[in-house]
Design a protein around this ligand. Sequence first.
Ligand SMILES: N/C(=N\O)NCCC[NH3+]
Ligand SMILES: [Mn+2]
Ligand SMILES: [Mn+2]
Ligand SMILES: [Mn+2]
Length: 314
Amino acid sequence: HSVAILGAPFSKGQKRRGVEHGPKAIRDAGLVERLSNLDYPVHDFGDLTFKHLEKDEHFMHVPFPRTVGRANKLLSGAVSGAVGAGHTCIMLGGDHSLAIGSVEGHAQQCPDLCLIWVDAHADINTPLTSPSGNLHGQSVAFLLKDLQNKMPEVPGFSWMKPFLSARDLVYIGLRDVDPGEHIILKTLGIQYFSMRDIDRMGIQRVMEVTLDHLLARKQRPIHLSFDIDAFDPSLAPATGTPVNGGLTYREGIYVTEEIHNTGLLSVMDVVEVNPTLGATPEAVEATTSLAVDVIASALGQTREGAHVAFPKIP
Ligand SMILES: N/C(=N\O)NCCC[NH3+]
Ligand SMILES: [Mn+2]
Ligand SMILES: [Mn+2]
Ligand SMILES: [Mn+2]
């Protein structure tokens, strides 16, 4: 299969500047070269161009609803096109509001997809429960059929309707969940593994239960939405909402190795890399090279090495 890279330089799902420079920073860390070593064709589709809408008043306390909605409508078409052309798609953010368009576009091609959300945060606030109003903390609420009676009509999102069932979603890495989100997780019975669960069970058991939960009944395409802030801030400091006590490097790579080994990865988002937030150039480089490592691992790079069927031992 071939890999499509899609850059989404977008930041209006939150208030900090700089996350729109994520795609370039991840490419500058050598993404295309690393993936070319993996022996499949890599198509870099470049970056989408997002319009900033002049008139875009708040909806309740939600900023830029129409700008975020339009960006996700554009992204949805691009992801749908890439998946429809047979590519495994890597979407480079940009903030996590982009998952609305990425998952929706993926679902246009693969309505039976399942979603693995790797993140310090649940991003499942509704406009009514969100403390900040920022749409990057509400992405999952826009996707779930089970939340529709709790969601107001947000301007800019009339192009889509929710399609995902709560049972088709698993969270890994949670450690900063708002009260309104916790009520939703519990009420909908969403399967999640917080950092405490990872401490108790170990990442191997977490992945076993995650993949059984999502795939035992039926094998189907996986959408992996990876927020770089799932990692401990010591590993990924250049991000907008760092939270102590995150994934180790080895835990994060194990997650992506296990997902690769299903052979079912279809779309991966890598979001919230903000190269303007690293305290030093080394901090930025640590964050961007980590993003490249998790993408390469999700696409089949192995720690034990690999070789083709031949050559014989020289
Ligand atoms: N990185 C973030 N989500 O993944 N920030 C917004 C969530 C804050 N509750
Ligand atoms: Mn192609
Ligand atoms: Mn997120
Ligand atoms: Mn996050």
